[in-house]
Design a protein around this ligand. Structure first.
Ligand code: NAD
Length: 450
């Protein structure tokens, strides 16, 4: 889905339409030689086999590769990249089992290390970027530079500089006519699409108040001791943080960014825009200890949109509390439980799935839509709203870490880079444990927001 259909989309030069527009095959052949390899990669006829590279071979990357290989038409997984070999091999085994004919990753197309993504991208027509989000900006930039179609998971960055890189690369991807999908799959979920259509048609009037929650259970943790047992040696700090990435802001963004983005994104979609400022509070109340890095276990943020309407947002990773993952909006003529696809008021309505033809799993649907756009050269670029939703979450984290009001423009123009300059297993990390093994956490009122 293109969030901004009015924006100009350059029709890419494809092998097919290029040949159509030249007078003879001979002239076409001669001129084709002059076209760069990058421009060739753009073209895909409905009958072509699209070559896929998976970068970040964990849970979601493997899922996304499965979905890409399950789309209509020829697809082949031909390259994989990861920083950890066992992750790549495990994912390859599973994918091979499921798609025997469509998975052909020879030894020379398996790439390991921090630079591995560049080589994998070079071999593919379509790349799946599914590492933790801290690495997304540099990988998205590279995939755009190499002229590839892209599916990238959310969030698309974890800080202001990362968002600026993504927005610049997004503009370039539009100029190049690349198709870009972002893993905010609610945009491809029938119940949400039907609900949003009604909200945008004014069924509950002007939307004046919003709520969004991701209050849920706690994610996995990889204690240092168990990692050292697995590796049979002490880990460098970089290795430890990369293994236990969820708990480090420079890799994960904190759970408000990594997870709650889904709900914040829905509200931005409802409002057709993004907040202008926010303030909030948060901390780490329960999930404390040496293995829980630097992130908070709860955030509560109030966002203000350009029309003055407010969004109350909460996300929490604490067990045995009230859990809810949802989005709600109140309008001048009714209200809506967006996540349960239900309108209350004079235009009361509830989405009911067609039992004879049930909607597809949105994770599959988003790949069906992307690959259809690639094969049939339809406008398709989700990078910009993916970046705006990511920044919405990032500014929320800036507000809870600092205790200050954070303005959209200030968050976007922030110079606070969270990523270490040098990515290598023995390179220094910016955040390190103290003598007691505990990592420093943000302290509202003391921590700088930007
Ligand atoms: N859309 C959704 O509903 C959804 C669901 C789950 C995860 N996700 C997103 O998918 C991404 C991955 O999450 P996951 O659950 O699969 O994590 P994961 O830990 O299972 O997988 C991440 C993989 O990336 C690899 N990796 C890390 N840094 C790398 C680098 N610099 N270069 C190459 N490989 C690298 C890791 O070794 C690992 O194999 C995250 O951004 C997450 O937010 C989205």
């Amino acid at each position: 889905m293109n969030e901004n259909p009015a924006s100009p989309v350059v029709t890419p030069v494809t092998r097919r339409n290029f040949l159509k527009s030249t007078s003879t095959a001979v002239a076409g052949g001669a001129l084709l030689g002059a076209l760069s390899a990058e421009r060739f990669a753009l073209g895909a006829s409905p009958g072509d086999t699209l070559k896929i590279a998976l970068i970040g071979c964990g849970g979601r990357g493997s899922g996304a590769a499965n979905q890409a290989l399950s789309t209509q038409g020829g697809t082949k997984l031909i390259a994989m990249a990861d920083v950890f070999k066992d992750q790549l091999e495990g994912s390859l085994r599973n994918l091979k089992e499921k798609h025997t004919e469509k998975v052909e990753v020879p030894q020379e197309n398996k790439f390991i290390g921090f630079d591995a993504y560049k080589q994998a991208i070079a071999l593919a027509d379509v790349v799946i970027l599914a590492t933790p989000p801290g690495f997304r900006p540099m990988m998205f930039e590279e995939a755009v530079r190499q002229g590839k179609h892209i599916f990238m998971e959310k969030p698309v960055a974890v800080d202001g500089p990362g968002i600026r890189r993504v927005l610049e690369a997004a503009a370039e991807s539009k100029r190049k006519g690349l198709k870009v999908g972002v893993g905010l799959q609610r945009h491809h979920q029938t119940g949400y699409l039907e609900t949003l259509k009604r909200l945008h048609d004014g069924e509950i009037g002007d939307i004046v108040a919003m709520r969004a929650y991701w209050n849920g259970s706690t994610p996995w943790v990889k204690p240092r001791k168990s990692l050292e047992q697995k590796f049979g040696r002490p880990l460098t700090e970089m290795e430890y943080q990369m293994q236990n990435w969820y708990y480090f802001t420079w890799i994960c963004g904190d759970h408000i960014v990594e997870q709650h983005i889904h709900n914040l994104d829905v509200i931005n979609w409802v409002k057709n825009g993004h907040p202008v400022r926010c303030h909030g509070m948060g901390g780490c109340e329960v999930r404390k200890g040496q293995d829980y890095g630097e992130i908070f276990d709860h955030h509560a943020v109030e966002y203000e949109y350009a029309d003055g309407s407010r969004l109350g947002s909460q996300c929490r990773h604490i067990l045995n509390c009230w859990n809810d993952v949802s989005e709600h909006v109140v309008g001048t003529k009714g209200s809506c439980d967006v996540s349960r696809h239900m309108i209350l008021g004079p235009n009361a309505w509830r989405f009911r799935a067609d039992k004879a033809n049930p909607p597809k799993d949105p994770y599959q649907q988003e790949h069906d839509d992307l690959f259809d756009a690639i094969r049939n050269d339809k406008p398709y670029n989700e990078a910009e709203y993916g970046a705006h939703s990511s920044l919405t979450a990032i500014m929320g984290r800036m507000a809870t870490y600092s205790g200050k009001i954070v303005e959209w423009d200030a968050a976007l123009n922030s110079t606070l880079e969270t990523m270490p300059k040098n990515l290598a297993w023995d390179a220094p990390t910016l955040v390190n444990p103290g003598a007691d093994g505990m990592y420093p956490r943000a302290v509202p009122g003391k921590t700088a927001s930007l």
